[in-house]
Design a protein around this ligand. Sequence first.
Ligand code: PXG
Length: 294
Amino acid sequence: MEKELQVYIDGVYYPKSQAKLSVYDHGLLYGDGVFEGIRAYNGMVFKLKEHIDRLYRSAHAITLPIPLTKEAMTEAVLETLRKNKLKDAYIRLVVTRGVGDLGLDPRKCPKPSVIIITDTIVLHDSNAKETGITTLISWVRRNPVDTTTHEIKSLNYLNSVLAKIEANANGADEAICLDKNGFISEGVGENLFIVKDGKLFTPPSSTGALAGITAQVVIKLAAELGYTVEEANITPFQLFTADEAFLTGTAAEIVPIREVNKRQIGNGRAGPVTKKLMAAFKKAIEDPSQGTRI
Ligand code: PXG
């Protein structure tokens, strides 16, 4: 039998089938915690420093003291990958508030828990990169920036889950969320870009979108290719009539959007700018200077 994947929980490695937390953990009871999704390609963890930095920013925002230094956390991620002999992987880092009582007061949780899962992830079928995906603008609005905002990568993803359920029920591959004013915010776990007249546009974080690390990479690659990228409010009309549109995320990478609420986008396939960015992204993930060696 294949050896089971090992999961890190608070400094101890458990086989996947036995990797468990207490039902009194406030991560489960209240969604009180933060996480990161990271990828390793060919023995390199892509943008590991950026993901670790964002994890600590999210934790800071919810006053969650992570019981490891950033250096120790980085080493624990690399060690978990080594233990599992993984060179290409999806890494899920989770920090929960820890075990408390049945009241939501975090002061009752003396010890946050750190979990590192290294596994694989498949979001879209393999030809989605060429043919693009269908999307649905959901009735579920992105959380406003003053509450459980997605600027914090917290364990509160019900908003995204409900949007995804709606997309599933309507036969669309992905959901797109609007902000409370009706501007495009992002996908359920991806940032969104449009291309119009040779320029790129992406919604600002004031729409409640996460500051995506993949989006940051794409913005830099676009600039290197000579395109301007502007953060701007995007209306559904501007999305419907874009020349090209695509989603970016650690799990999704770059995925062209071919349809929004049954309106074809551009030529209904991966557009030329999207294709150039996808090619540049493929190079970036193989570039040793962009990651941390396992
Ligand atoms: N918006 C939200 C709300 C996210 O959760 C992104 C944008 C893209 O950010 P990055 O930094 O990854 O480019 C995310 C990331 C999953 C999964 O398990 C979700 C994400 C990343 C990886 C896996 O569905 N979300």
